[in-house]
Design a protein around this ligand. Structure first.
Ligand code: ATP
Length: 226
């Protein structure tokens, strides 16, 4: 047994979650997370489609349609699975509450990680109870074009520096508390761009899985969004 496999075997695997509206799911979600999984050694990534509260702009697609598109996107890809707990709640999808419900299931010793894009990291201080997030999980951050790797304000930048780890191996040695900025492919894709392209009757080929695109076309989704 090599030193590397010995070390991995001594530490529990990381449970990784990836939350989003997924309206629709696209390659900007899937490909960076696949690269991240390779870098960090994740065996499984649980996709967590969120419930969008009534006072926020609602997804164009229904819950059922968003879920159907996720299922099509990850069919034949054993890295991904789905957890629908946020969709079953009628209250806003607060990440701290979701993480707490995972902690109640898996306990406090197992490493738990929440995956986000760089844009989400930069606005994390607007999330409900955001200061508690690193008490519950690690943050694994995928690069996203157009977003810096540093915060505009000093207190948030200090927070990042304090928690950032350079080596992903550290993540499996402790249950929570670290931020890892992964070197993932930059994909200039967003769900907003896809909805706009569909509305403008432009091609969305190569920016989302073909099965998802067929579903969008079959159900005439995103044709009237503004
Ligand atoms: P919208 O355009 O509707 O706001 P979105 O494309 O940003 O949607 P979400 O479902 O809101 O997708 O995002 C879920 C998570 O995926 C977020 O943490 C976001 O930062 C990340 N993400 C989305 N697109 C990318 C991308 N192209 N590269 C890296 N991360 C991404």
């Amino acid at each position: 047994m090599t030193q590397q496999t010995k070390q991995t075997a001594n530490f529990p695997s990381i449970q990784a979650l990836f939350g989003g509206t997924f309206d629709p799911i696209h390659y900007g979600h899937l490909l960076p997370v696949e690269a991240l999984a390779k870098q960090v050694g994740l065996q499984q990534v649980v996709l967590l489609p969120n419930h969008v509260p009534p006072h926020r702009p609602q997804p164009e697609a229904t819950v059922r349609q968003r879920l159907a598109m996720i299922k099509l996107a990850i069919k034949n890809n054993p890295l991904f699975s789905i957890d629908t707990r946020e969709l079953k709640r009628t209250t806003p999808s607060y990440t701290v509450e979701t993480l707490l419900s995972f902690r109640q299931e898996i306990g406090w010793q197992k490493p738990l990680a929440f995956i986000i894009g760089q844009d989400s990291l930069l606005s994390i201080n607007t999330w409900f109870d955001w200061q508690k997030i690193l008490d519950l999980c690690h943050l694994l951050v995928c690069a996203r074009p157009g977003y810096t790797t540093y915060f505009p304000t000093s207190p948030m930048q200090q927070w990042l520096i304090h928690h950032q780890v350079p080596d992903p191996e550290i993540l499996s040695h402790k249950p929570c508390g670290a931020i890892y900025l992964a070197d993932t492919p930059l994909l200039n894709i967003s769900a907003t761009q896809i909805r706009e392209r569909k509305r403008d009757r432009k091609s969305c080929k190569d920016i989302l899985p073909p099965a998802v695109l067929r579903y969008i076309d079959k159900h005439h989704l995103y044709q009237n969004c503004v």
